[in-house]
Design a binder for this molecule. Structure first.
Ligand SMILES: Nc1nc2c(ncn2[C@@H]2O[C@H](COP(=O)(O)OP(=O)(O)OP(=O)(O)O)[C@@H](O)[C@H]2O)c(=O)[nH]1
Length: 429
């Protein structure tokens, strides 16, 4: 399915890196350790699409995949159709802040179970971050956490950049800029949707921002190969990367407190409670702590004030979240409708909403129960753009509610849910 690479930038004669990697990877024998590849990129830039496509390639065999999503309803893993056991969903929070410790524990656990023979001997791990992830703390953690460095090595950082929206996104969202600046591989996605002038401007911007990164293009027709993106020895900051990158990593090193195992014990207790709540949820009891699905007469799922996704399944606040990472202007919320929705009414509403509010709606994705259809439909919106729907082969579980996850900036759920109520009412009519 995946066709050959489309290298835009050939690094056959690399310049010496003027900026030394500020955090040495403690690995002495990198090849003996399991490589971890991080796949990042701004909201909706095409990470999951690229990953799903690469996973269909035999070259991606024996890969364990971790997916991290913002928002309490994970959708991406449904789109990455593969050996279910290999895909681990790290939901309810962002890797760079709320669930960083969960990432470390999950990776350490994967490595240990593989070593013990409990898991197949996969040969790499790919971690897909949320679209708002700051890569600096993730890179720092993977390179320095003593629970990981004896077993794992950070082998690469791939960032996707949307050909249609990338230029504007790099200018307005610091997370996107950091992702593209730190990566050692950049994939410009959606080149089928952008005209030549737009693509050229973005290419020039990326070349200036991160001249050392290898660059590739992806569209509906072509994508880089697994070897292009997920092979390599040890991550090193792109040749000629700006001085900011060194400063970002140094800042993480300065912020990182010494590892406190007592705190881990508390977190393990929290996780046990969260796992129990998750199990209850899976049993059909939709208790999400402060939000009660049993009470969504208005088609909503109320998480009150903490709309940043930084609470776990049990509804506990995760106090180690750094609110400055994503800023108080960003909100995550999920609208839920129990009864099937009318497709025409829903799509008209989504189109109008994205046209009117696209600046503030960074991302919308959802799984929809369409009246008259057996199979679920996945909808995607990125800023002003509503993408073609995708039908899934089957519902993932017994829950047939439609769920629409929004990631917004300067837009509260109230404004969106009031108009959504009319969509819910039309579905009932
Ligand atoms: N035409 C076209 N559409 C694409 C391409 N890549 C992704 N898309 C669409 O863009 C939308 C968002 O893609 P995703 O792969 O979900 O993006 P993402 O980066 O994983 O999104 P988040 O996880 O929410 O940050 C989906 O509707 C995709 O089908 C592409 O190369 N061409």
């Amino acid at each position: 399915m995946s066709s050959g690479p489309v290298p835009v930038h050939d690094r056959s004669d690399p310049m010496p890196n003027p900026i030394p990697n500020p955090i040495p990877n403690p690995s002495r024998e990198p090849n003996s350790m399991l490589p971890v590849h991080v796949l990042t990129g701004f909201l909706g830039s095409g990470k999951t699409t690229l990953l799903a496509r690469l996973l269909a390639d035999p070259g991606m065999g024996h890969t364990a995949v971790l997916i991290n999503e913002l928002g309490e309803v994970g959708i991406d893993h449904l789109l990455v159709r593969r050996l279910e056991d290999d895909v681990v969903l790290l939901e309810s929070g962002c890797l760079c802040c709320a669930v960083r410790n969960e990432l470390v524990e999950t990776l350490a656990d994967l490595a240990a179970r593989r070593a013990e023979g409990d898991l197949p001997a996969f040969r790499r791990i790919v971690v897909e971050t949320t679209g708002l992830a700051d890569p600096a703390p993730i890179v720092h953690t993977l390179m320095t956490d003593a629970r990981l460095t004896p077993h794992l090595r950070l082998a690469g950082l791939v960032a996707t950049v949307d050909a249609t929206l990338g230029e504007g996104t790099l200018a307005t969202h610091p997370e996107a800029l950091k992702q593209a600046a730190m990566a050692d591989r950049l994939v410009t996605t959606k080149t089928d949707l952008a005209d030549a002038a737009t693509r050229d401007r973005l290419a020039a911007r990326l070349a200036a921002l991160n001249p050392g990164a290898r660059r590739f293009e992806a569209s509906l027709a072509v994508a880089p190969s697994p070897a292009d993106l997920f092979e390599g020895e040890t991550f090193s900051i792109g040749v000629g990367a700006g001085a900011d990158v060194a400063a970002w990593l140094a800042a993480e090193a300065a912020h990182d407190p010494p590892h406190d195992h007592r705190r881990d014990d508390h977190r393990r207790d929290d996780r046990r409670r969260a796992d129990q709540a998750h199990a209850d949820h899976a049993d059909g009891d939709h208790a999400h702590g402060d939000g009660d699905h049993g009470d969504h007469a208005h088609g909503e799922h109320d998480h009150g004030e903490h709309d940043h996704g930084e609470h776990d399944h049990a509804g506990h606040h995760l106090h180690h979240h750094d609110p400055q990472r994503h800023g108080d202007r960003v909100a995550t919320f999920c609208l839920i409708a129990d009864a099937p929705l009318d497709w025409d009414v829903l799509t008209r509403w989504l189109e109008l909403l994205l046209t009117a509010r696209g600046e503030q709606i960074l991302r919308l994705k959802g799984i929809v129960n369409v009246r008259g259809r057996d199979k679920p439909v996945v909808v995607h919106g990125v800023q002003h753009v509503l993408y073609p729907p995708q039908e899934l082969a089957a519902w993932p579980d017994a829950d047939r509610a439609s769920k629409l996850v929004f990631i917004t900036r300067d837009l509260s759920r109230g404004a969106v849910e009031r108009s959504f109520e009319r969509v819910v009412a039309a579905g009932a009519g």
